[in-house]
Design a protein around this ligand. Sequence first.
Ligand SMILES: Nc1ncnc2c1ncn2[C@@H]1O[C@H](COP(=O)(O)OP(=O)(O)OP(=O)(O)O)[C@@H](O)[C@H]1O
Ligand SMILES: [Mg+2]
Length: 279
Amino acid sequence: MSSATEQAREATGTTDAPLLAVENVEVRYGVSLAVRGVSFEVPENGAVALLGPNGAGKTSLIRAISGLLDVHHGAVRNGDIRLAGRSIRGLRADKIVSAGVAQVPEGRLIFGALSVEENLRVGSSARKTPGADDTLAQVYDLFPVLGERRARQAGWLSGGEQQMLAIGRALMAGPRLLLLDEVSLGLAPKVIEDIFERLAGVRRLGTSMLLVEQNARVALGFADYGYILESGRIVLEGPSAKLRDDEAVRRSYLGIRTDAADHGFAQGKHYRRRRRWLS
Ligand SMILES: Nc1ncnc2c1ncn2[C@@H]1O[C@H](COP(=O)(O)OP(=O)(O)OP(=O)(O)O)[C@@H](O)[C@H]1O
Ligand SMILES: [Mg+2]
C-alpha cells in the first residue's frame, strides 16, 4: 500500500483490517494455560459467536480482549489483539473501552445498590465521544422497562431486566464492538428471545458483536459466523448455517440425536485439527 493511501486511511479512520483480530493468543492464570494459541476475527458490522463447553476458555478470551485479565490474576502471554489494525494488547481496561470495546460481563455484575440510571451513567465514564445523554435516550428507547424503572434500585430488577441493564450500561460507552458473555444464562426462553431481538436492533445501528454462549441454538440463530472452542483451542469454525447443519455440532451443542457414527468432538476423535469452511 502506498504511504499516501495509508495517510488517507489514517485521516479518515478507515482500514481494511477486520474490526477485531485475535491472533494466536495464549492466556495463562499463573502456570495454568487456559487459552492455547487462538486466532479469530470479527468483521466490521459482524456478529460472531464463540461457543464451547464449561471451562473451554471463552470468558478468558473475552477478558483478554477487554483488558480485565489482571483483575482475575491472569495475563495474555502470547499473540496479539488488534482493533481496526491497532494493537490493544496490554492497554488498560478503560483505554480499551475508550478505543471502542465494551463488555457485558458474565454474571452481569450490575451495582445492586445504585439506581438503574446510575448504573447506566457508570457505563459512560470511560467514553471518549460526546453524546452520553443521547445514548441514554437510545437505551431507554431500546429497553423501555429501564426508562420506567430508572429511579429504582437495580438490585430489585428481575433477571431479564438486569441483563438488559448490563447491555444498556455497555452501550453507554458508545462501543464499536460489544462483547457479550453468556447473555442468555439463567433466563426464560421468551426473555432470551426478547433480548436477542433488541440486540439485532443494536446491530442494525452499526455495533458489531462477539457473543460467547453455551446456548448454541440462540447464538447460531443470531450470529453470522461461529467458532467452537474446546480446552483452549478452536476446533471448528464456519458460517452459522453450516455449523447448525454439522453432525457433531448438532449432537454436542444442539442436543439433537443423529444416527451417524459417533464423531462428537467431545470425544476428540475427528476434530483435533481445525476445520474451516469457506463461503
Ligand atoms: N481466575 C482464574 N484463576 C485460575 N484459573 C482460571 C481463572 N478463571 C478461569 N480459569 C480457568 O481457565 C479455564 C478457562 O476458563 P473460562 O472461565 O475462560 O472458561 P469458559 O469457557 O468461560 O467456561 P464457562 O462456560 O464455565 O463460563 C478453566 O480451566 C478455568 O478453571
Ligand atoms: Mg465463561
